[in-house]
Structure formats: C-alpha cells, structure tokens
Design a protein around this ligand. Structure first.
Ligand code: SF4
Length: 252
C-alpha cells in the first residue's frame, strides 16, 4: 500500500530545476524523524508532534488519517487528469521519504507509466534507502535531489550518511545532485567538514545549498551568509522561491 498525502501543480521552488512547472506528489512515511529541526505541528487529535517542516507527511501515528491509501498505479496517474497540463511537465516525488516505496509494485508501475508518457521524474530523497537499479530499470531514467541529512537533524550519523547508497544512486541515475538546507549558524559551527565527508562519496555530483527557513523572514535571514559560503566553496546557491513568493503556505 502506498500513501499519498497531497498533490499540487506549481513550479519547482528549489534546487537544480528551480522554476520548472511540476506536479508534486507528497507521499506519507519516512525512515527518519529529524526531531532536531524542531518544527511542531498539531495533529487532528490535538497532539503536538515534533519533527521536520513536513512532519504531517512523516508521522504515521498522528497524521495517517489524512493520508490517502493508494492500491493501484492508475489512482496516482488519475491525479494528472485533475490539472490542465500543457504537456508532459516534470513530476516531483517528495515526502516524507518517497523511497520507502522504492520496491512497491504499485509505485514502480506508476514510475514506468510516467516515463512512457515522457515526464521527467525527480525524487527528493534523504538518500539513505537503497534502490535496486538492475531489478527496477525505471530508476535509471529518474533524477535525484540527494538531501542527505546533516547533524542538525538529530539523526545518528550511521543512519543519515550512507556512502554506499549515495554512490549507488549518483552513479546509476539519469542525474543526481546534492541539496542541503543550511542556516547561518551552522556555517560557523563546523559545517564545512561535515559536508566534505558527505561529498567524498560522490565528488563529481553538483552541490546546491539553500537557506533554512519555512517563512520569508527566515529564508532572508539565512540567504546572505549562505551566498558567501557558496562563493567560498564553489557550491551553487539555491533560493527557496516558493517560500519567498507564498511564505509559509502549504501545497504551493
Ligand atoms: S528525512 Fe526529510 S522528510 Fe524525513 S523526517 Fe527528515 S527532513 Fe523530514
């Protein structure tokens, strides 16, 4: 069973393909909690749950009653009919962690149908769950934004940095790039070393750094120090366009 949390048609707001019209599918569930990010969200049952900015797509216990169970690939494909798409626009698969469904046959069939229709598929993943590229060849046609979690996530190192998986994805996918969320404080707190260790696992893969923030104010505060960091290290700065335009709104 695959769980779909939400879908929307917008432009990609961050990373390598910023500005590209894309249909977003947000899937429910994740193999991490990232309580270190300190975001809190109230569930319908009144419980305040701690996690990342998409905790409502992570925490099954408190939020799954709002997730839609999907039992056929055609139910996911039907979502595309809800929008007046001008052509085979990009598809972004996010979460939670979409790769928890990597070997689910409903999910694989969905990907195969998208590729057949000419869509470019980008995964937004924490790059800690492996993919069998030989068994499921469709993943070789996909693009991956590798958002490897840093120590500020609160997750243990052995869980969040899986060099073998980063290498496997980066060397088998159609394209892959690193994407990190960075705040001004982390830059002065040894972030450089942490990033270098992650990048060692795929040194030729491009790096995009975007300012931490779920609101315009936070994004603005972190942008300038991050631009200076990117200039010094030769990394790409990525804005968070959707937050600058729509602020803290969801589903845009
Ligand atoms: S890996 Fe991503 S989706 Fe999962 S808890 Fe961490 S930040 Fe949230």
């Amino acid at each position: 069973m695959v769980y779909l949390v939400e879908h929307f048609y917008s432009i990609q707001g961050e990373g390598k393909y910023v500005g590209t019209p894309s249909v977003f599918f947000r899937f429910g569930g994740c193999n991490m909690k990232c309580e270190g990010f300190g975001c809190k969200e109230k569930a319908e049952n009144g419980v305040e749950v701690l996690g990342c900015d998409t905790v409502y797509a992570v925490n099954k216990e408190h939020f799954s009653q709002t997730w839609v169970p999907i039992s056929k690939a055609s139910e996911l494909l039907a979502v595309l009919e809800l929008y007046e798409l001008p052509n085979a626009v990009d598809i972004v698969l996010t979460g939670g962690e979409p790769l928890i469904y990597a070997s689910d046959l409903i999910f694989v069939e969905f990907l195969e149908a998208l590729v057949k229709r000419g869509h470019q598929i980008t995964f937004e993943t924490n790059a800690s769950l492996n993919i069998d590229f030989e068994k499921y060849g469709v993943y070789k046609e996909c693009y991956f934004a590798l958002s490897v979690k840093l120590s500020n996530s609160g997750e243990p190192l052995a869980k969040r940095v899986r060099g073998d998986i980063i290498y496997n994805i980066a060397s088998n996918a159609k394209d892959a790039f690193f994407k990190f969320s960075i705040d001004a404080e982390s830059i002065t707190l040894g972030l450089e070393e942490e990033l270098s260790e992650i990048l060692l696992h795929s040194p030729k893969t491009k790096v995009y750094c975007m300012p931490v923030g779920g609101t315009q104010e936070e994004v603005e505060k972190n942008s300038e120090p991050l631009i200076e960091f990117c200039k010094a290290k030769g990394y790409n700065f990525s804005d968070r366009l959707h937050i600058r335009i729509w602020d803290a709104n969801k589903g845009v």
